[in-house]
Design a protein around this ligand. Structure first.
Ligand code: SF4
Length: 84
């Protein structure tokens, strides 16, 4: 059986940052449902979409985050650059 692997696997914080999802069961679920899923499924991962579109992905983004990429950028800017 072919094993799918996301091209972002080596650098993605969800995979590589300890404690990123808060618990191992959730990390395993995301990895099964996205990182090792078929290309069509993986391409729905919001972290991969952000990486491919903006070349970075904030840590608050999970594969199934409901925000659009533009909304993610706005939230990131609000959290990091708007102090008012
Ligand atoms: S969380 Fe998304 S971007 Fe990260 S390795 Fe898995 S499929 Fe790729």
């Amino acid at each position: 059986m072919e094993r799918f692997i996301c091209p972002n696997m080596d650098t993605c914080a969800l995979v590589n940052k300890p404690g990123f999802t808060g618990n191992e069961a959730l990390k395993k679920k995301y990895m099964k449902d996205y990182c090792h899923a078929s290309e069509s499924r993986r391409n729905r991962c919001k972290r991969l979409i952000m990486k491919n579109t903006y070349h970075f992905c904030p840590d608050f983004v999970l594969p199934d985050t409901a925000l659009t990429p533009d909304e993610i950028i706005t939230k990131f800017d609000d959290e990091n650059f708007n102090n008012n």
